[in-house]
Each structure stands twice: as C-alpha cells, then as structure tokens.
Design a protein around this ligand. Sequence first.
Ligand code: DC
Length: 241
Amino acid sequence: MRPSTIAIDGPAASGKSTIGYHLADCLGYLFLDTGVLYRAVTWVAQDRGIPVEAEDQITRLGEDVEIEVLPSAATDGRQNTVKVDGRDVTWEIRSPRVERDVSPVAAYPGVRHALTKRMREIACKGYVVMVGRDIGTVVIPDADLKLYVVASAGVRAQRRYMELREKGKDVSYEQVLAGIHQRDRIDSSRATAPLRAAADGITVDTTDLSVETMFAEVERLVNQYDAVKCEQGVRNESSRV
Ligand code: DC
C-alpha cells in the first residue's frame, strides 16, 4: 500500500518543493506547493495597490480571488502554473517584491482560514503531495505520510542565492541569508499555524545531502510506508494498555 496523501513541511529553501515534486512525479500524484496561494494573494494586493497592513482587505482577497494552480505545461522550470483571475502569474509571484510581503500576509488568520479551506478541498480527493509550512499540523493532520524537511540557514541561503543568480537577479548572498532569517522568524513565531514539525512527522535533514541522496532517502520512506504504519499501530496499541 502507498500513502495517498503526503504532507511536506519545512522552512524556505529546505528542499521540500524539490522533494515533493519528485515524489508526485514518481507516484503520478498531484503536486501542490501551497506557498503559491499565499504568494498569489500577496501579488493581487500589490497589483491593486492595497498596502500589506490592510488586513481586512487582504483577507477578503484570500476569500474571493480566483486562483488556479495547474499542473505545469511549460518547460521553463515551473512546477505548477499559477493563474490569478485567468492571468498567468507563475513567475511574478516569485519576485523580491512579493517575497518581501508574503510572510506578513501569510500571518493573517483570515487569509490562512480561507486558503486552508481551498487546500483541504484539493487534499480530500487524495493522491496528492502537498508542500508548505502547516500541512501536516493543520491542513491535513490525518495525512498518510508527513515529512518535515530541514537544512541549515547557510545552506538554504546558498541554494536560494544560486537559483536567483541563475535567473540573472542581482542579489548578494548576505541579502538572501538575511531574508531567509527574517522569513523563518515570521513563519515560526506567528500565532496561527506556525511552522513546526508534526508530532508524527519524519524529519529529513538535507543540509549535507545531494539531490540524488535526498530523493533516494524519501523514496525509501515512501516504500517503507507500510512498515512505518504497522510499527505506529503497534505503538498505539501498546500505549492504550
Ligand atoms: O514556500 P514559500 O516560500 O513559497 O511560502 C511563501 C510564504 O507563505 C512563506 O512566508 C510561508 C507561507 N506559507 C505558509 O505560511 N503556509 C503554507 N502552507 C505555505 C506557505
């Protein structure tokens, strides 16, 4: 038996999306990087000139704006195609401007409530790999397999820096590292659904792992799923005694 719902959480640039996309591809599942929903709401707010402090207005956007997350058809490195009101914003939601405001937007309880509802509608159909910060703890706490992907801040900043340089962006490593620290702080300390590992999640530390080793490790965890479930069942049985 294979896990039907896989929840992957972790801080920015820990490798969680790379892992999630790979697993979804191997298993033939839907891949959803839920960060794009928070990014899309942030992008619309900026596009409409709504300041990031306007919590009520931004919450309404989270409830009403049409956001489509589609399997990627293009070959430009995207994992999903993201459309807002029919417009393709896949790359625009990755801009430094959106990056700057997305954590405060994602901290608004009303925005989280609205987007969590959308995520659950997708998750309940199964055969999905969902990636984010609170997927295993809040969005689908009954996910079949929960991974918590971590890496040192230095390594995460280096990865993000290389990605940005490859796209021709003029940023320094120090700027990227500062941004990573800032987002970690906001994502982990917010009152609603802060970033943390699920009690029954499996932590995967990718700091010293090559992409190949990382993939081999998570494939092993998926293949071991039956054994892990059995072991947890036995543990639950014994704790009931
Ligand atoms: O993973 P990302 O960098 O695209 O996420 C963008 C922001 O959204 C980041 O501040 C974390 C937040 N986020 C969240 O709070 N909960 C999720 N399930 C996914 C992302």
